[in-house]
Design a protein around this ligand. Structure first.
Ligand code: ADP
Ligand code: MG
Ligand code: MG
Length: 875
């Protein structure tokens, strides 16, 4: 089989075989762009490598050597030829881009002899020896596993000796002496001399790139980005072009649009007299691309043309790597650029308006999960901030946390639930686990196209790069900014939109939707059929939900109204009442409060449906904690507190004991409370209908849906339905006002789903409480499961995902499907909704759409995500 493709043999459609980089190099070659020639080893060759027990097959190497020969003929250069050596890069390139996570080796083909030839050929010995030492260092690091540190140390020593601070101040002779030391170092570390034969170098490099598919950071990156582990990487072998040949050479990276904001402007960075890695590795802070315009105007305008061409060709924002060798421009890579959510939305909407893509394409380009980033709190613009430094605004968002200088430490602290800002001179791909754990990233070096910035944007983490005012001393664990010294553990805030580093923690406010985001969501609304409501328990959340486009309230948890601090004592009075009289007094106090809450919600939802669930949690949730009470009582006894207050406390403890449950999740809650303590539900329903009447009189359009929780048997619903109707009748009579309402139930225990047909007779609607339904179907108590074993289940792939986040379609989902079907059989127009957290999760929404659910309901901040996901479900 064919394992190697010359660039002209590929196309962008062959991405799975050639990897993204290889496929695009092929595509650009065929489009006539200036791409250095080369060839690609397929991803399936990589899979074979692993299948064969990590050896390169003879067949593969035969094809590699044939292609190499063709490359030699094409370039007139020869591998290992002293007079005119062929030098190549060996570049990883997987199907889905994983920036910087795998390995690449540049300048391969250099050895003690060819370096002399290269020096003569280019009449630039300094360049030749610099390239060779770079090669030894990269090869030794990637293939032989020797840490960069040992090489840097050698350079630093020399610089110190010469009294210079920049690499550029080192001469050809200096590099020659560095090379000598490098070669000794390698032999010391590996017990073998550095390989001089270019063919040996090549096969070892290919192997190393294959192996880099499974290095630690690549694995973490795949996990975070849900990229399958069994795709393998391609290997690209490409003629080297040199950006480090002098001041008419250079290298850079550019995005065709701003990847942070989405602004339609060429956005990039470059370095004169440097090799590619220097920009993307974030070691030097590069210059903005606009400098290219003044320094190499012809190259700049050629590059602008090519980048427009590439964006047009791919119909999307591109991330382009380029190199200039002695006044000639070469393109080394193009791919769809990673971008923030904000940029993704703006770019998609702009591309529609520019007539380059359709609305549907725009909708499908945006991952609903990524929208989450745009719905995070931002810094209150009206608050005065103590800005201590400014860096490059590499990825927007505000993040506060304690300073941490080390990725491992960041991970440790985050596991303990602490918020950290990872502060580093630069971040490398090895820091990925720390980036993941941190709230935000702050670096003193490196540009906006550095790997750290790219990865942070992809994850939606706030990031500031190249903040050069920071003097970071890793050894001492401090960072100095002007007169301020901060240490590990001190709190700072970073604003990735402005680049501001702020002392301390600052107040955050709710996000708002950008004009482009509003536009995109309106297109989503045109497409989707499933409705989107919000879960909201108070007028403020209801208003917010409406702003985000909610089409009603799918779940109002009335117990939250009881939990307000000022009300808790009254609720406790109600629970602790010794007789009916006492209880009535307490309920009478609660009724007007609850009524006012309902009126507020109806007002903010004027014209839209509001679903109100009667009290759900067990009553002991409103009482003090038993252990704490016992401690308090013991204290009182020791201090001989006066007997009345002691007796009151003791009585409270008795009641708390009586209400104690062995398994509250399956205990005395939901409609079971309604059955045993009818006064509470009656009060709630009365408050609800009085609110309806008063709202109507105030001109508000309201049709409440009364929801009975935790029904498992039709008789429960039947009894409570009768009660609701009785109260409604009474209030209509008392007030002389007619109003509409519906009564339905939550389906959240398996028995309800199994007997949905009977239950439908008593219900006007079903609302699937998929949180509890997941608990009761699996028999998992959520708090215990998530704390103790669920992550093991997911890690060991016993479960594909946490079922409390992503609906378990086979189990919980089939109960939903069954209940919808059975319910509608009995009652064709039966309204169905989902009010669990799954109502805001994209794959679950797809499922609900497919089984014919009328609406999903989620937290206000997830409403935009659900609107988009609902459109995806349709497309
Ligand atoms: P990554 O996937 O980490 O971006 P690449 O394979 O793209 O790794 O290589 C990193 C950098 O090395 C590129 O940005 C490019 O500038 C430089 N590079 C790779 N191949 C060549 C080449 N043939 N000639 C010159 N520079 C190269
Ligand atoms: Mg690259
Ligand atoms: Mg429930």
């Amino acid at each position: 089989t064919k394992k190697v493709y010359l660039f002209p043999e590929g196309t962008k459609e062959k991405k799975f075989l050639l990897g993204g980089k290889g496929a695009n190099l092929a595509e650009m070659t065929n489009a006539g762009l200036p791409v250095p020639p080369g060839f690609t080893i397929t991803t399936s060759a990589c899979l074979d490598y692993y299948k064969d027990g990590e050896i390169l097959s003879g067949e593969l190497m035969k094809q590699v050597h044939t292609s190499l020969q063709q490359l030699e003929e094409q370039t007139g250069k020869q591998f290992g030829n002293i007079a005119n050596p062929l030098l190549v890069s060996v570049r990883s390139g997987s199907v889905f881009s994983m920036p910087g996570m795998m390995d690449t080796i540049l300048n391969l083909g250099l050895n003690d002899k060819t370096v002399v030839g290269l020096a003569e050929l280019t009449s630039n010995p300094r360049f030749a020896y610099d390239s060779y030492r770079r090669f030894i260092q990269m090869f030794s690091n990637v293939v032989l596993g020797i840490d960069h540190y040992f090489f840097e140390e050698i350079i630093d020593e020399l610089k110190e000796k010469n009294g210079v601070s920049e690499d550029t101040a080192l001469s050809a002779e200096d590099w020659q002496s560095v090379i000598k030391k490098y070669l000794v170092l390698v032999e010391q570390k590996t017990k073998f001399p550095f390989p001089q034969d270019p063919k040996v170098q090549l096969s070892q490099a290919i192997e190393a790139v294959f192996r880099s598919w499974n290095n630690a950071r690549a694995k973490i990156y795949r996990k975070i980005n849900k990229i399958p582990d069994d795709l393998g990487t391609a290997v690209n072998i490409q003629l080297m072009v040199f950006g480090n040949l002098g001041n008419d050479s250079g290298t850079g990276v550019a995005f065709t649009r701003n990847p942070s904001t989405g602004q339609n402007e060429l956005y990039g960075e470059f370095l004169i007299n440097a090799q590619g890695e220097d920009v993307v590795a974030g070691v030097r802070t590069p210059n903005p691309i606009s400098d290219l315009e003044s320094q190499m105007p012809a190259i700049h305008s050629q590059f602008v043309d090519l980048s427009n061409l590439l964006e047009e060709h791919y119909g999307d924002m591109q991330d382009i790597e380029f190199t200039v060798e002695r006044g000639n421009l070469y393109i080394l890579q193009t791919r769809s650029g990673k971008r923030t959510a904000q940029a993704a939305v703006k770019i998609a909407v702009d591309l529609v308006e520019e007539g380059k893509i359709t609305k549907e394409e725009a909708l499908l380009r945006i991952d609903p999960d990524q929208m989450d980033q745009m719905l995070h709190p931002r810094i209150d613009p009206n608050v005065e901030l103590q800005v201590i430094a400014k860096g490059l605004p590499a990825s927007p968002g505000a993040a506060s946390g304690q300073i941490t200088f080390d990725a491992d430490e960041a991970e440790r602290l985050a596991e303990k639930g602490q918020k950290v800002i990872l502060v580093r001179p630069e971040t490398t791909p090895e820091d990925i686990h720390g980036i993941l754990a941190a709230q935000g990233i702050l670096t003193s070096r490196g540009g906006m196209t550095s790997h750290a910035a790219v990865v942070a944007r992809g994850m939606g983490k706030a990031c500031i790069c190249g903040c050069e005012q920071l003097k970071i001393d890793l050894r001492a664990g401090i960072v100095q900014v002007g007169a301020t010294t901060l240490k590990q553990g001190d709190h700072i805030t970073i604003d990735g939109s402005s680049g501001h580093v702020i002392l301390g923690t600052v107040p955050l406010i709710d996000p708002h939707l950008s004009a482009e985001f509003e536009q995109l969501l309106l297109w989503a609304d045109d497409v989707r059929k499933i409705q989107v409501r919000a879960n909201a328990d108070n007028p403020k959340d209801a208003k917010k939900a409406r702003v985000f486009g909610a089409e009603g309230i799918g779940l109002c948890r009335t117990e939250h109204m009881f939990m307000e601090p000022s009300r808790v004592p009254i609720v406790q009075q109600m629970i602790l009442a010794e007789n009916d009289e006492e209880q009535k007094t307490a309920l009478a106090q609660l009724l007007p409060m609850q009524k006012e809450d309902f009126k507020g919600i109806f007002a903010s939802m004027d014209g839209l449906p509001v679903n109100i669930r009667l009290l759900d949690p067990p009553l002991h949730e409103f009482l003090p904690n038993m252990e704490e009470l016992i401690v308090e009582l013991t204290k009182m006894k020791m201090q001989q507190t006066d007997s009345t207050s002691y007796l009151v406390k003791e009585a409270l403890l008795k009641k708390v004991r009586a209400l104690h449950e062995f398994n509250p999740m399956l205990g005395h809650r939901g409609c079971r409370l309604g059955m045993t303590n009818p006064e509470i539900y009656e009060m709630q329903v009365e408050a609800l209908f009085q609110a309806v009447v008063e709202s109507k009189l105030a001109g508000i359009d309201v049709t409440p849906e009364v929801m009975i929780p935790l029904v498992g048997h039709v008789q429960e619903l039947k009894a409570l339905r009768r009660m609701v109707i009785a109260v409604a009748d009474r209030i209509q009579e008392e007030t002389g006002t007619h109003f509409e309402y519906t009564i339905g139930t939550m389906i959240e225990v398996p028995r309800a789903a199994l007997t949905a047909e009977e239950i439908a007779e008593q219900a006007d609607f079903f609302s699937f409480g998929t949180n509890d339904l997941t608990q009761t179907t699996f028999g998992f108590s959520r708090d215990d499961a998530e704390g103790k074993f669920l992550h093991t289940y997911v890690e060991q792939k016993v479960l594909p995902d946490n079922p409390f986040i992503v609906l378990d379609q086979e189990g919980v989902g089939s109960l939903v499907k069954m209940a919808v079907r059975a319910g509608r059989e009995k009652k064709p127009g039966l309204k169905t909704g989902v009010c669990g957290e799954h109502g805001g999760e994209k794959s679950s929404i797809q499922f609900f759409h497919d089984v014919g659910i009328d609406y999903v309901s989620c937290s206000p901040f997830r409403v935009p995500i659900a609107r988009l996901a609902a459109a995806h479900a349709e497309l």
